[in-house]
Ligand binder design. Sequence first.
Ligand code: 13P
Ligand code: SF4
Length: 342
Amino acid sequence: MSFQSVGLAAGSASNLAAALARTTHLYERVKTVIPPIEWPVFATDIDAILRLKRERNAILLAHNYQTPEIFHCVADIVGDSLVLAREAIRTDAAVIVLCGVHFMAETAKLLNPEKMVLIPDLEAGCSLAASITAADVRLLRESYPGVPVVAYVNTSAEVKAESDICCTSGNAGAVVESLGAPRVIMLPDEYLARNVAAETHVEIIAWRGHCEVHERFTVADIRALRAEHPGIRVLAHPECPPEVVAEADYVGSTQRMSDYVARLRPASVVLLTECSMSDNVSIQHPEVAFVRPCNLCPHMKRITLAKIRTTLETMRHEVTVDPAVASRARRAVERMLAVKPQ
Ligand code: 13P
Ligand code: SF4
């Protein structure tokens, strides 16, 4: 491997050379998805982030949709929303930097009220979280008195505070069944709710929110893929429309998709989800052919190495939750974490 630092002043060139030398082993991890020409752009930020993490006693939690240079080179813990929530409780670090979207950082803060939780970009939102307010939940409760409310973690802390229990894509069915109720309200993802409804006898009342990334996959996409790649395994996220899920070979959270590939090692696979998933999982399984019609999440893509570095340098973009809201929202998250997986 050889990298060039053309046109840099002498000091910058030697800093870059040192950063490149210290990160060579990390480039080895991601070389199948990051061309050598791009690595010098990342190397100095990665080198600085690794140093700053030690200096600040900070831990980096990264969602499966983060880009490979974040996921494989600077993150301490990676996973789906459920893994990140569980791991947030276990850390001894003083500072948590959440490389994901705002509701994930809020969940980490709810579970760690005494720790500083930072997000590299406060604007990293989510179309599902934006689709419903606390007032909407109160109105739903008035319309369906006594019916328990299950809030997907892709919601604000205010919405969680109005709910009985949270769920993620990794435990939604188990959470719904744990309530022992004949009817539940599931919000805000209509498709997740309908996909869970297909697998339970519990009657589900759904809100009409959608994920702007997963709602775009279609049955026609899957049929075209199967025609072009005979034998391909099609894995779908449960935020996809129910007809897409019905046409897929497997449905699961991002972590479950990753586990499926690790366990069964199909010859070829497509992950109907955000684009970075395939990059990240393909690095771990070079023997599996990944076909990649994917959709980008613009919110997840707001998180970059440069912003992570700035966050650690300045300790800015702290995520806080109003204490009046936090105790009720925390109860909904903790109740979810107590549910045994199916
Ligand atoms: P997971 O919990 O499955 O990672 O999903 C989070 C998310 O935002 C998917 O779009
Ligand atoms: Fe929200 Fe969809 Fe992006 Fe996940 S992929 S953060 S659900 S907009």
